[in-house]
Ligand binder design. Structure first.
Ligand code: HSE
Length: 308
């Protein structure tokens, strides 16, 4: 028997919501999990690249693979051990770009393996295992459930989350550069601790952001898409981010410009033809840095992981 699922890409943080805000985008990976035909054949991991643009060679094909690790935790949860299993990942989500490719394969592997086992784990268990493997819940929650989610990993390892309707006319443009940034490196540049004023700044911006989405208030959203916890430390790793923020500040119908997850993709949130009006100037900034950039304007994906 084999099970295939389709999982959306995600963008996390949205500026102030470090490790807690995220939303799903319509780019998909497909993950298939099957019991291998020949007993004793062990673990087999195949990766099929849908798009030729992105390097997938860095993805481990053995027990260090995060999909395998997630599936192993699920089997342990139900009191079983993984023996012979074949995992096939059809990738379309750019790897190491801040678009939740790891979250998507973790969630996909778990959902498919759970189905193979007869669905012993409910959503709460899957979310908790996925967050444990990923390290934080902000990408895995929208990958599983779709839409705009806020999530919190609790002390007992469970994850609390809410899904809030995203305003229909707020669009996303992802600026995906031609270089990778490993999340571990992007996290290693963050300080061990931050000042109370910086923490308080983020607390109020994040609270404002959630209220802005809830009330669909674009003026409040413009004031909310700001951050002092991670972006100031990461901006030197992300070519053009500072220049882009300067360009887009106070432009009509641009709500904000933030790092997508840990980067290096940059996320611009806009209304109407706000992005189209500045697109040429945006392209020029990347050209000045000699960076090729895949620019895609997308709407939110309100559905999460689905069986294929
Ligand atoms: N919240 C995470 C970070 C997302 O910013 O490091 C990337 O996994």
């Amino acid at each position: 028997m084999k099970v295939s699922v389709k999982v959306p890409a995600t963008t996390a943080n949205l500026g102030p919501g470090f490790d807690c805000l995220g939303l799903a985008l319509p780019i998909y990976n497909e993950i298939t999990v099957e019991e291998t035909v020949m007993p004793g054949s062990g673990i087999e991991i195949n990766i099929i690249e849908d798009s030729e643009t992105y390097d997938i060679l860095s993805i481990p094909r053995d027990k260090d693979n995060i999909v395998y690790k997630a599936i192993e935790l699920l089997y342990n949860f139900v009191g079983q051990t993984v023996s012979d299993i074949k995992i096939t990942i059809k990738t379309n989500i750019p790897v190491a770009r801040g678009l939740g490719s790891s979250a998507s394969v973790i969630v996909g592997g778990l959902m498919a393996a759970n189905k193979l086992l007869g669905n012993p784990a409910d959503d709460a268990v899957l979310l908790s295992i996925a967050s444990e493997v990923e390290g934080h819940p902000d990408n895995v929650t929208p990958a599983l459930f779709g839409g705009f989610c806020l999530s919190s990993m609790e002390d007992d390892g469970s994850v609390s989350y809410s899904k809030i309707d995203w305003p229909k006319d707020w669009k996303f443009t992802v600026l995906i550069p031609d270089y990778e940034l490993d999340t571990r490196i992007a996290r290693s540049v963050l300080p061990e601790s931050v000042s109370i004023p910086d923490a308080a700044y983020n607390v109020r911006k994040c609270a404002m952001l959630v209220d802005a989405v809830y009330r669909q208030d674009s003026e409040l959203m413009k004031k909310s898409l700001k951050d002092k916890l991670h972006q100031p430390y990461r901006e030197n790793l992300i070519k053009g981010f500072k220049e882009l923020n300067e360009l887009l500040a106070n432009k009509e119908d641009i709500l904000g410009c933030v790092i997508s997850g840990a980067g290096p993709t940059i996320l611009v949130i806009s209304k109407n033809d706000g992005f189209e009006k500045v697109e040429n100037e945006v392209i020029q900034i990347f050209e000045d840095f000699n960076v090729n950039c895949d620019i895609r304007t997308l709407e939110i994906e309100n559905e999460g992981t689905k069986l294929v």
